[in-house]
Write a protein that binds this ligand. Structure first.
Ligand SMILES: [Fe+2]
Length: 315
């Protein structure tokens, strides 16, 4: 199995240790990457609660896996004649739908937008929301009427979405992207954006968010598409692009969205909104999903992992 250079996995004390199990006992010889026919695992060492099986161990680079039946095929629709289709075998952008019933939360949404507007007018604080757009992200961690602000993902009206619908979708992405089960996801932030005629959200990313969601609560016609910047753009600097490629905005793709659409994307992806051309207001709920490294958490709690400093000692 290939590991990133410098890879070191910490496993909770009471959980099976895939690294230790993979290598067998401390006396056993480590598998040699130079000997593809060598039996590198025995069955008793690979049946560890379904974490690592013989089928899933890949031989050295450039040799096909022993068995690939457990790997699903990339969806591939039939091609007509000499047509070409985009197979996209490593997708990072997903879409689903959920009936948010915007009317049931509209009052709360408008209350929070009003609070945010007041803060912007009083403080001049800058956000990516421009020319009449507003965001409640500035309320994250704030106090409202003496109480901690309640972000939209904690509203009871959205409990089915957060507690039942969302975990299933996140689990699919966790699997598709090969993320560790010891990286335990949680919602780190959520907020609402409002766009009125002529306004937009400028380019930005959601740093430190493994999965970000744009939940389209209310999308009037012509209120603007989602724009995604090519994450490979840095590599394009060494490609023979047309001279106007970047200047004419060709690093961006436009995704049409409708009410109740949910778009999932990795937080590193730069994105923005198109300028709204609608007299009706558009409302989006954004959600960030971060993770806790369960192995590191357990090891630190057991004094196995020694932090170099505690947060209060920094600086
Ligand atoms: Fe965003």
């Amino acid at each position: 199995m290939k590991r990133a250079r410098g890879f070191k996995e910490i496993t909770p004390l009471d959980a099976p240790n895939p690294v230790r199990e993979f290598q067998g006992s401390s006396q056993s010889k480590k598998p040699s990457l130079l000997q593809p026919k060598e039996k590198i695992l025995d069955e008793k060492n690979v049946e560890m609660g379904g974490q690592l099986k013989t089928d899933e161990v890949f031989p050295p680079i450039a040799i096909p896996p022993l068995k690939t039946s457990h790997h699903p095929s990339v969806p591939c629709s039939p091609v007509e004649s000499d047509e070409m289709v985009d197979l996209n075998p490593f997708p990072y952008l997903y879409k689903s739908t959920y009936d948010f019933k915007f009317d049931t939360i509209k009052e709360k949404v408008l209350d929070d937008i009003k609070r945010s507007k007041n803060i912007v007018e009083q403080t001049g604080i800058q956000t990516p929301e421009k020319e009449g757009a507003y965001t409640t992200v500035i309320l994250v961690g704030a106090e409202v009427n003496g109480q901690r602000w309640t972000p939209p993902h904690t509203w009871t009206e959205l409990s089915n979405f957060v507690d039942n619908w969302l975990p299933q979708k996140v689990k699919k992405l966790w699997n598709d992207w090969g993320l560790s089960p010891y990286a335990v996801p949680f919602i780190s932030e959520s907020w609402i954006n409002e766009h009125s005629y002529g306004s937009f959200t400028e380019g930005h990313h959601h740093q430190n968010s493994q999965i970000s969601l744009s939940c389209y609560l209310n999308v009037p016609e012509d209120s603007g598409r989602l724009m995604i910047k090519d994450p490979m753009e840095i590599y394009n600097h060494s490609r023979p692009l047309n001279f106007d490629h970047t200047l004419s905005g060709k690093s961006w793709r436009y995704i049409g969205v409708d009410t109740n659409d949910v778009i999932f994307f990795p937080g590193f992806l730069e994105h923005q909104t198109e300028r709204s051309q609608s007299n009706d207001k558009r409302y989006i709920m954004s959600i960030n999903i971060n993770y806790v490294d369960y192995g590191a958490f357990a090891a630190m709690n057991n004094n196995i992992l020694k932090p170099l400093w505690h947060p209060e000692q920094f600086g």
